[in-house]
Design a protein around this ligand. Structure first.
Ligand SMILES: Nc1ncnc2c1ncn2[C@@H]1O[C@H](COP(=O)(O)OP(=O)(O)OP(=O)(O)O)[C@@H](O)[C@H]1O
Ligand SMILES: [Mg+2]
Length: 222
């Protein structure tokens, strides 16, 4: 599903990622760990084609992303969902409209938009808040709305960057349960997190980066 071969990424001549080789199979749930500055966000950005690798190869669903033209990137992204910290909800739109936006952009019929957006809101337990503005929601509800927006397309791959950042432990556990449910439906997940409690709870493969290198890759406890 996701394959990296000797991938390098530099910022101002300093390597943010050094020689990363990694494979993620369809349906896997991978936690990406490592200290601040280790390269987690950079790796997710490469997978989402928000940045390009300087060297090496990245295949997503068998496609070499370096060969995808800028005009083709939106098509690849339709098969992916992402929950990034700097990608917030639009404050002037309702929760429903925020979640429906990716579908609107694709030109789906209003019937399909309504059906899919409602399904995604139901999956995250936010149907009752669909007419609210984001500012009226708690931090956890806003995060769930972001997740609903990320899964509204039924993505094959879901990427999330610190989705439980600034959350209390109970809320973080709820969000991770939600990711587990999404994974159980067949979506491949790659989630960057600092949260050790989350890692214990989820008990899935943990890939650790340190100073841009792959430091360890450990499967789930049996
Ligand atoms: N746009 C950028 N321009 C310059 N340097 C960058 C840029 N983005 C990241 N870096 C550098 O690349 C390295 C890896 O950063 P990255 O954001 O991937 O780390 P991270 O593991 O996500 O850290 P954190 O846990 O703090 O989010 C860091 O040294 C950072 O300073
Ligand atoms: Mg980061």
């Amino acid at each position: 599903m996701i394959q990296l071969f000797h991938v390098w990424k530099h910022y101002a001549k300093r390597p943010a990622l050094s020689d990363i080789t990694l494979q993620v199979e369809k349906g896997e749930f991978v936690l990406l760990m490592g200290p601040s500055g280790a390269g987690k966000t950079t790796l997710l950005k490469l997978l989402f084609c928000a940045e390009r690798a300087d060297d090496g190869q990245i295949l997503i669903q068998g496609k070499n992303v370096a060969r995808i033209k800028p005009s083709g990137v939106p098509y690849l992204r339709r098969t992916m969902g992402f929950v990034f910290q700097d990608f917030r909800l639009l404050q002037k739109k309702t929760v429903f409209d925020n979640v429906a936006l990716p579908l609107l952009v694709q030109g789906l019929s209003s019937f399909d938009i309504r059906r899919k957006a409602s399904e995604a809101l139901k999956a995250v337990g936010l149907e009752h808040r669909k007419e609210s503005r984001p500012a009226m929601l708690s931090a956890g509800e806003q995060q769930r709305a972001c997740i609903a927006r990320a899964i509204v397309n039924s993505p094959l791959i879901l990427l999330a960057d610190e989705p439980t950042g600034n959350m209390d432990p109970d809320l973080a556990a709820d969000i991770m349960d939600l990711f587990k449910t999404i994974n159980a439906r067949g979506t491949t997940l790659v989630i960057a997190t600092h949260n050790r409690q989350v890692v214990e709870q989820v008990n899935r493969r943990v890939v650790t980066l340190a100073e841009g290198r792959l430091a360890s890759d450990v499967g789930a406890r049996q």
